[in-house]
Design a protein around this ligand. Structure first.
Ligand SMILES: Cc1cc2nc3c(=O)[nH]c(=O)nc-3n(C[C@H](O)[C@H](O)[C@H](O)COP(=O)(O)O)c2cc1C
Length: 402
């Protein structure tokens, strides 16, 4: 470590709205797969308690569907009274370890293979073919009306209100990766001609309405983070210029921090992850034979290896840093204490970690004790297909070594 290291700063307490964080580390959302039949249980609670016990300040419960129709597939949880006791136990476990817990508020929009419950078809900014549901009996998606949007914003608010009752400390509104709000923000998926389509300011209108609705539900003291794309990763998708504007609008809309990611799970998943393609594992765990066939035929184009490099979103994230004052959470390829030092010197406020914390839930503690700590995570991405296994998302490299 150089004498100008700012690594120690990452271990200082931080504040987001009314919440004190014991340090600057966030366990980012990595869908845990521990909600069979949509029901969270002791395994999900243990997963997050382990992260908190390892020193991370804020752990994020991935993909909390804001309604039954917000789910991308059947085994995903949606937030309702029935899941609150289990989520309260989860939050209590995290708090007992000195950590805080955030819920990722998510909605699939027109990207779903779950049979709609209250509507005829999944709804997003624009109608058409629902590629993800095409071979699972949900072939079409519809376009939301302003009334659908108002109802959906109320679902986000209601989910946050319920999660507050379960003891959740913060919320991350998912505006990236091709889910509902990202579908509105991306020019590739939003073809509307009304006030919600066209310019980036128009495309941000509904995400900002959701932010306001959640803020009204939880009040000013509860941190609201927004996870956005720095770019969609293909021609015709969201550009980093537009992402900068998106961050400025969120800042003006009163968000407490922005988490920066990229890619659409439907089109550019490897832009999001980098590293080795998980396609063979995804085919092996796919239960629908038609989907397996389709993945064999076309999967290679979507899931091609893309070289991993540490801090792979740094250059784009620096552009956002130069344009806003709101706290920024860096995400993407943090694998060592040296990376964290770099981010502190860059002036990022928070550090999000996904896969390296799957390998080692005590990574934050390890980095505090050893400024040369380097994660053994190989970015094989075998944790991705593990999401669909009964034991859920976990590091397969670590498991093989155990
Ligand atoms: C197994 C797995 C599941 C993921 N699930 C989610 C999710 O539910 N929501 C989300 O926003 N991002 C999800 N991600 C993306 C991560 O939040 C993060 O963007 C990505 O892993 C890059 O960060 P890393 O290099 O620190 O792992 C997932 C990533 C992995 C590996």
């Amino acid at each position: 470590m150089s004498s100008s290291s700012l690594l120690a700063k990452a271990f200082e307490p931080g504040r987001l709205a009314g919440l004190t964080l014991r340090n600057r580390f966030i366990k980012t959302a990595t869908f845990e797969g521990r909600t069979p039949g949509g029901q969270p249980g002791a395994e999900l609670a243990r997963f997050h308690r382990d992260v908190a016990a390892g020193g991370t300040a804020l752990t994020t419960v991935a993909y909390c569907g804001v309604s039954a129709d917000a789910r991308t597939f059947d085994d995903q949880m949606h937030i309702h009274e029935g899941v609150l006791p289990a989520l309260k136990a989860l939050a209590d476990g995290v708090h007992a370890e000195g950590g805080a817990v955030s819920g990722q508020l998510a909605h699939c929009g027109g990207f779903s293979r779950a049979k709609p419950v209250k509507q005829r078809r999944p709804l997003g900014p624009s109608g058409g073919i629902n590629e993800y549901g095409l071979l699972s009996g949900v072939p079409f998606k519809g376009a939301m009306t302003p009334a659908d949007m108002a109802r959906t914003a109320a679902d986000y608010a209601n989910a946050a209100r319920l999660l507050r009752r379960a003891g959740f400390d913060a919320f991350e509104i998912h505006m990236g990766h091709g889910y509902l709000l990202s579908q509105f923000i991306s020019p590739a998926t939003n073809r509307r001609r009304d006030d919600y389509g066209g310019s980036i300011d128009n495309r941000m209108r509904f995400p900002l309405q959701v932010l306001s609705a959640v803020r009204e539900a939880v009040g000013p003291g509860v941190p609201l983070l927004a996870k956005i794309n720095l770019a969609d990763g293909f021609d015709g998708g969201l550009t980093t210029d537009e992402a900068v504007r998106c961050a400025q609008l969120l800042e003006a809309g009163g968000v407490d921090a922005i988490v920066m990611s990229g890619g659409l799970v439907s089109r550019t998943p490897m832009y999001l992850f980098r590293g080795t393609s998980p396609l063979p594992g995804l085919i092996a765990t796919e239960k629908n034979p038609l989907m397996r066939l389709a993945m064999r035929a076309t999967g290679k184009a979507t899931f091609a290896d893309l070289p991993f490099e540490p801090l792979y979103f740094r250059e784009q994230a620096l552009r956002v840093r130069d344009a806003v004052r709101v706290p920024l959470a860096y995400l993407g390829g943090v694998t060592s204490a040296g990376d964290v030092d770099r981010l502190m010197r860059d002036g990022f406020d928070l550090v999000c970690i996904g896969r390296a914390l799957l390998y080692e839930p005590r990574m934050v503690e390890r980095m505090r004790d050893d400024p040369d700590y380097r994660s053994p995570c190989t970015h094989c991405n075998e944790c991705v297909p593990a999401m669909a296994e009964p034991r859920g998302t976990r590091c397969m490299v670590r498991e093989a070594a155990a």
